[in-house]
Design a protein around this ligand. Structure first.
Ligand code: SF4
Length: 277
């Protein structure tokens, strides 16, 4: 029988817990008119499918809804989309994580003061698209390499995606500071991400192999996987129990971690199957 060790910090973070509870409360309240979520409420397909079955589907765009109410996903939406919903008299239930709201407010404040905004993160991620929607002038960069070729005005504010690695953000900032020492820097990396990163590093030292559970589109889950890979430890990123790899068989002690949008029941399912191998 395999020995399973869980990471000290794993699974739902505060923002995800909050967004899921908001949608669950609507699903549970039979007197409520049903709502939709604008985009997936969190980066976890099982949760999105579960809510769709309970009558709360994820819609892709503001154009897909004409009446009723809509829940905004944990990673937020651009200001223009909020305005469009308001113009259509759609009731907005804000599931945006308070930490992401704080980042949006910072971008909005500096942008109103005439600052150019540089957002460091994954340009295809919903949080980044949302943040960019609060800036008048902005660039999105993903790496220090990209920062080298960026020409920025003197009045520039640099802000991070909540889920990027501290080291990546620092290396981008170093490059930008070289060309413009007067830039303002706002590190909005969420402690939930760092706590899980530190926990998985510790875990990887104690086990033979690591399983990272989480949605394929979940940025923080991918970071956990890459961290273990970089440490040279055998590691697999799976989204549920049906993806447990056969290659795990020779390893006796398995470490288990999960991204911030992975529900506990999926973690338990994986854990129980691993224990029974
Ligand atoms: S990772 Fe942090 S910023 Fe993102 S939803 Fe969770 S608590 Fe909020």
């Amino acid at each position: 029988m395999k020995k399973i060790i869980r990471a000290d910090e794993m699974g739902f973070c505060m923002g995800v817990e909050r967004a899921v509870s908001i949608v669950q409360a609507i699903a549970d309240d039979k007197s409520e008119n049903r709502a939709a979520t604008l985009g997936p409420i969190i980066h976890n397909q099982q949760i999105v499918d579960k809510f769709a079955k309970q009558g709360i589907p994820a819609i892709n765009s503001v154009d897909d809804i004409e009446q009723g109410k809509v829940v905004i996903r944990a990673h937020g939406i651009p200001l223009s989309e909020k305005r469009e919903l308001e113009a259509k008299n759609i009731e907005i239930i804000d599931g945006t994580c308070p930490k992401v709201i704080a980042s949006q407010k910072i971008v909005q404040k500096y942008s109103a003061q005439g600052y150019h905004i540089v957002i460091v993160g994954d340009r295809s991620h919903g949080e980044i698209k949302g943040l960019a929607g609060y800036a008048a002038e902005f660039d999105i960069i993903e790496s220090a390499e990209e920062a080298k070729s960026l020409s920025i005005p003197v009045k520039t504010m640099v802000i991070s995606q909540t889920t990027i690695k501290e080291r990546e953000f620092e290396s981008v900032c170093r490059v930008l500071l070289d060309s413009n020492p007067s830039i303002k820097i706002h590190n909005s990396i969420c402690s939930a991400t760092n706590d899980r990163q530190m926990a998985v590093r510790k875990l990887a030292q104690e086990v033979d192999a690591v399983i990272v559970i989480g949605g394929i589109n979940s940025a923080n889950t991918q970071r956990l996987y890459l961290t273990v890979k970089e440490m040279g430890k055998p590691c697999w990123h799976i989204s549920g129990a049906d993806e447990i790899p056969r290659e795990l068989e020779p390893y006796d002690t398995i470490g288990l971690t999960a991204g911030a949008s992975t529900p506990e029941w999926i973690i338990e399912e994986v854990e129980n199957i691993l224990k029974s191998i």
